[in-house]
Design a protein around this ligand. Structure first.
Ligand code: ADE
Length: 221
């Protein structure tokens, strides 16, 4: 999968994609991430990418031309263009699964008071990572890249993906490792029983219990 990120702050990405699973996925050419500064696409003599809002109001609005010019340069018939904005559809595992089947993702990150609304005519989907406002779309784009990349074929094992939170609208079951006892807290006996049927039953019950406690809204789905 190819992922292009359009941003005014390319330096924010340098460490995030340089470690752990994402780095490995890049090194093994399962994903290819390009960070593109859309300031490079402005026709303004002073490299301006924003302006004051028509009708008045606080702050600066990102102009449409640099973003449109960048899209024209990089998009093709395989591209799927996502705008990161707090007014988008709320991101979740299902949206991530849908995005993981795309050949080419283009993520557009805003800053300041938002985008010239006409950008919405040139994109496929608007995504918000949650009901709160960040200073820009960069961190949300990292969240999307991280979540989607691990679902790309070959990045992590199918077994790891099978039993994790949000599959079947249930949260993950608890896991433990050595030591067996810690500060009076012990590992549940069933996990040491060697009885795999019982272990599966226990884990399933724990998934339901945890979902009831922390995310009853998921059970209603
Ligand atoms: N930009 C600012 N806040 C955001 C959010 N919650 N989701 C996506 N993009 C954003």
């Amino acid at each position: 999968m190819k992922i292009d990120i359009l941003t005014l702050f390319p330096e924010m990405y340098s460490s995030v994609f340089a470690s752990s699973i994402i780095k490995r996925a890049i090194d093994s050419k399962l994903i290819d991430i390009n960070i593109i500064n859309f300031r490079d696409y402005t026709n303004d003599p002073h490299n301006k990418v924003d302006d004051t809002p028509y009708g008045g109001g606080a702050g600066m609005v990102l102009s449409i031309e640099p973003i449109y010019n960048a899209l024209e340069d990089i998009r093709d018939s395989d591209s799927f263009v996502v705008l990161l904005t707090p007014s988008g559809k709320v991101f979740n595992q299902k949206v991530a699964v849908d995005l993981s089947s795309k050949k080419h993702l283009i993520l557009i990150c805003g800053h300041y008071e938002g985008f010239d609304d006409r950008i919405r005519n040139f994109i496929d989907l608007e995504i918000s990572i949650g009901d709160y406002v960040l200073t820009g779309g960069e961190i949300p784009s990292m969240v999307v890249v991280d979540t989607v990349s691990r679902l790309v074929d070959g990045v992590i094992s199918d077994e790891s993906l099978d039993n994790e939170s949000f599959n079947d609208n249930l949260l993950d079951y608890p896991v433990y490792t050595k030591p067996r006892e810690f500060m009076g807290y012990s590992v549940p006996d069933v996990l040491l029983s060697g009885d795999h049927k019982k272990i599966d039953e226990y884990r399933n019950e724990e998934r339901i219990k945890r979902t009831k406690e922390n995310r009853p809204d998921l059970l209603e789905k």
